[in-house]
Design a protein around this ligand. Structure first.
Ligand code: AMP
Length: 141
């Protein structure tokens, strides 16, 4: 699969490395050249320096042939806007955006333009589950 990942931070670089190791054709876009160091020297994919909402940068990253676009910068607006461009302008079949803000995530999820992941909700659910498990375990003692 050809995939373009916007944002080479902790999540973007981790995803890029995983997908590269699985044999996918990965291109990563970031506005900070130093971020690409996270990919390591054994990364086989491509790196494009620039901001993700610039259509020329997206074209340079191969968005026109991409099977998937993943927006994981640390900006919800950037991720949402870049994902809309990927879906509506470049007709990328699979588009996934990370949105930290649960309210915004709900809005974009409802619009149905892109698939969304909200680490705030996933993290909170998991933490509440762990706290409840611990509580149950200590009651059983
Ligand atoms: P993290 O918070 O570790 O997931 O890192 C987020 C990454 O997104 C960083 O490497 C930033 O340089 C990158 N980033 C933030 N805004 C943009 C943008 N508009 N275009 C491209 N990369 C961005």
């Amino acid at each position: 699969m050809k995939v373009v990942i916007l944002g080479c931070g902790r999540l973007g670089a981790y995803l890029a490395r995983r997908m590269d190791q699985e044999g996918h054709q990965v291109t990563v876009v970031d506005r900070n050249a130093e971020a690409f160091a996270r990919l390591g020297s054994d990364f086989h994919g491509a790196m494009v320096l620039g901001t993700g909402i610039d259509q020329d940068i997206m074209r340079r990253a191969g968005i026109e042939e991409a099977d998937a676009f993943i927006a994981v910068t640390n900006g919800d607006n950037t991720n949402a806007m870049a994902s809309e461009i990927a879906k509506l302008v470049f007709k990328v079949p699979r588009v996934v955006a990370r949105l930290y803000d649960p309210v915004r995530e709900d809005t974009y999820h409802t619009l149905g333009l892109m698939e969304t992941v909200c680490p705030t909700i996933i993290g909170a659910d998991r933490i509440l589950e762990m706290v409840a498990d611990n509580h149950e375990a200590s009651k059983a003692k």
